[in-house]
Design a protein around this ligand. Sequence first.
Ligand code: F6R
Length: 259
Amino acid sequence: MDVIVKDTYEEMSREAAQIVAQAMRAKPNLVLGLATGGTPLGLYHELIRMHQEEGLDFSKVTTFNLDEYLGLPPTHEQSYAYFMQHNLFRHINVRPDKIYVPSGLVEDVQAYCAWYEEEIARAGGIDLQVLGIGRDGHIAFNEPGSSLASRTRVVTLTKETIEDNARFFARPEDVPRFAITMGVGTIMEARHCLLLANGPSKAEAVAALVEGPITSQITASALQMHPQATVILDRAAAAKLKRLDYYQWIYENRQYLGR
Ligand code: F6R
């Protein structure tokens, strides 16, 4: 696992955008896994800028989003489909038929989840998966206790996650209780995982992810087993790491490893 610490959220976002852009230039038909939430907004902002100012080309890229609330239509302002359209897709030249966001409105959810997994496989698997982390250490909506081998499925959100998300809804009771999410096992099959975290509220979860035991109680900790995981943090999110000096030393010496 590579841990990169930047001074600010903006620098963290730019570093992440460089990694995504580099992957797209190396493989124009990249299969890109995407997350929603506050964390990747700066990354998406930078990718939009690169598209508009530097011609970064998304025309051959396929995207798969991690999750969606069950019961929300894509027109709902709090749906993840709506979030992605407004914060990324409508500003870049990704083809609409190459965008996958789980649907929150399907009737046969189990068959749908199996289909979503098949589409990922049919696209050749995810090359680069962007991830955030919840305060309870979740990735996608894989809440504590999710199997580290789990696949795309319906989950019940924790009260903590519902509380965290309540700020986006008019009334707390409007926050959906269920979601469709890629599983930890699905995420672990991505060739490269790129997790971003910023702010003091994530420091504890980040320390558990990087330095704690691998446990289903912190589903992000599964990334310790991933052959290519990159964690990019701002200073506040890195504050509780014990071996911070070493991670920075590795980063400073990265050119000797040809990275
Ligand atoms: C959303 C997702 C979630 C978020 C996490 C952090 O697609 O996968 O796991 O990444 O809840 O959310 P923010 O970035 O809003 O702190």
